[in-house]
Design a binder for this molecule. Sequence first.
Ligand code: AMP
Length: 412
Amino acid sequence: MKFDNLKLHPFLLKAVKDEGYINPTKIQEKAIPHILNKKDILGSAQTGTGKTAAFALPILHHMIVDKNKPSFKRINVLVVTPTRELAIQIGENFTTYSKYTDINNTVIFGGVKQIKQTDKLKKGIDILIATPGRLLDLMSQGYISLKDISYFVLDEADRMLDMGFINDIKKIIDKLPRQRQSLFFSATMPNNILKLSNSILNYPEKVSVHQTSATAETIDQLIYYTNKSDKRALLTDILKNKVLSQVLIFSRTKHGADRLVKNLKKKKITAVAIHGDKSQPQRQRALKSFKNKEVRVLVATDIAARGIDIDKLNFVINFDMPNEPETYVHRIGRCGRAGEKGQSISICEPEENIYAKDIEKLIKASLTEIKNHKFPQTDLPMNPQQRKEFEKQKQKKKQDFFANRKKNKRTK
Ligand code: AMP
């Protein structure tokens, strides 16, 4: 199917063409006709599938052709999304797709001063993209009213719940007009998400894109089995291959990410980290330097990486294997986006062998094992008794750490 068959307004088709899109992605092909028909959507898809255009284009279409839309520059569309990076990206996409119209948007999120955001709101906007906390904050201060919302998008609902935003979401929904079109997207659809969607949607059309098969088609998935103590040396060795010119590396923890960056820099490999302990300007700077190719490696934690959209990213490395197989699918979905070819490289220590098995079960395929490398796995995973003891010690260490921190704070 071609974009031209989707009955979108010519202004939008022109903008899409400028971006070099020729064919709609699966989610776009499935969702756009329903949204143009004014149906609510329950969409099972994640970032990387072309989901943003799937909702942004038909919404913009309605706004262009709707003669009865509320008076100029009252917020007509609300998109709520969990992270600042995702919010910024969605805003950029709306700007790109609406460039031949007079429709404008703004993005609001926490962690920065509100003045710039409130200035833009005061001037009047059509589309608001927001993270939940700052949205409620500015609503309570009277800068934002939701009474003119005709289109509501809840993006990455599962991540929203993971991040503890459920009550915020409920408060926001309470303030929305009953007459509206609602689009609900989530990568996974467990029961609590379906329950939430029931409270928002009206006879929705269900649209789903299975990322698992999509990843298998476009991403080469390699795995190195090694020992814990050899992981860094193995990573450095892998990065000797200059074909890996831009790499996103996943680390399970923030500390781990920082340590890895330090280590890579020692080896003269340019790297920056992006995670929850970094301030918003730091994160933006890190992302920019990676996008501009000033640094070769971006080390990210899972939450920070959500919503990072880097054109033509070809390589993802899992320095730690994720213990939830769905996270693996999210991670490797960062490369090989929208039909691009990608390669994921997982570095697996003995304790993580079990995670690799879970991943293979979920994706219904085997990861391609790289054999005969310099740092083969020789250590054995712990037996259940050893693991229990290990977990106990780890828990104790964590408790001690927090107890100490509390004590230090009190004595300061
Ligand atoms: P998203 O899932 O919305 O984060 O989109 C992922 C990436 O795919 C973004 O960089 C989009 O610009 C790009 N994209 C979206 N739709 C298409 C399309 N139909 N053809 C090519 N690239 C696309």
